[in-house]
Design a protein around this ligand. Sequence first.
Ligand code: APR
Length: 390
Amino acid sequence: MHVPVVIIGAGPAGLALANFLQKSGIGCVVLEARDRRHVEERQRAGVIDHYAGRLFEEFGLAEQVIGGAPVETLLEIRVEGVPRFLDGPLLSGGRPSRLVPQQFLVRRLITAFEEGGGDLRFGAADVHPHDFAGDRPRVTYRDPDGVTHELTCDHIAGCDGFHGVSRRSVPDGELTTFTFDHGIGWYTVLADAPAPRYPLMAVSRHGFAAQFARGPHASRFYLQHQPGDDPRNWPDAYTWEQLRLRLGDDNLPEAAISGREVVEMRSFVAEPMRSGRLYLVGDAAHIITPMGAKGMNLALVDAYALATALVTAVRDGDDVGLRNYSDTCLRRTWDYQEFSRWFTEMVHDSGDPAPDAAFRRRLALARLDRLFTSPAAGAAFADMMAGTAL
Ligand code: APR
């Protein structure tokens, strides 16, 4: 079977790309290693920034894919228990983000693609891209019945996340990789606790904590912890005590915890995001800390950049967009990496109680304070939160 584009992976990047191509009349097949249930229920990111939302509008998919999702209003940053509020939409000149849990986005992208007649194959084992250095690439895989298939194509989109096969298939020496460990541990718990009024981040000498809504009756909490320690072993009573201290809320009631995970605070970038006719998209090319909520947005804007480049290449035979794909995406990737690191440093340093961190702590508190006192600093922050066209 021959198809213009084979997409490896059905996360936010692969599914957005599949929908953008379908809307543009370019044929594609999506190969996903896991089963439908796993993909539809995986919980991770939760914010689509204003710029990424506009990409769905451009392809006429906004109503179907993100319609009805709540729009961001205020962000609360609590410093040693004292609340302060940032009005992101106002500071960014009316560019609000939308609060969209990943599984909601993924389910809607799957429905839109399948309703449009899209070919999405779950449970594809041993997926391998071949011959992408030439102009007739192939992808092989085994279906759930154990039958091996081969697809020939013009282009391969590697949307298979950090642990996928695409980046690993690039010949040795072609990629330069950059890894940064932020030296911070993060623990997240999902609890049946009422949602906070606004997304909440708290800075205190007990460490960083955050609380975000996951529907009206559930909250996801994040707590900074010492790297090396496994907080999944913390007794729940200790977790709640830490949350009360860090959020400065003595009355925060204990609630049932249904999920405990450790989040890696590590950043990674692979350059270039292309090898011949294989393009790396989203987490396959880069990972970013959750601070600033840019991981899913980067995956979506990479998908948009590749989709528009593929449309001109396949439809008009003009491959200038494909040649620029990596540079375009890397520029934004590094811009968002810088923002995420800046944000991470600010909220973690400003609560660091270590005696040798006293100077950095004062600097970080000054940086945080400036967001509320300087309209220009507040607007620069809100601009990054809204996402950039670059
Ligand atoms: N073959 C086929 N599919 C694969 C393979 C493989 N060898 N390896 C991984 N996959 C699939 C995974 O099962 C997953 O469904 O590829 C998909 C990759 O999805 P993600 O890891 O979510 O990556 P991406 O689409 O780039 O989205 C990344 O979204 O979840 C948010 O913030 C998060 O930064 C992250 C962003």
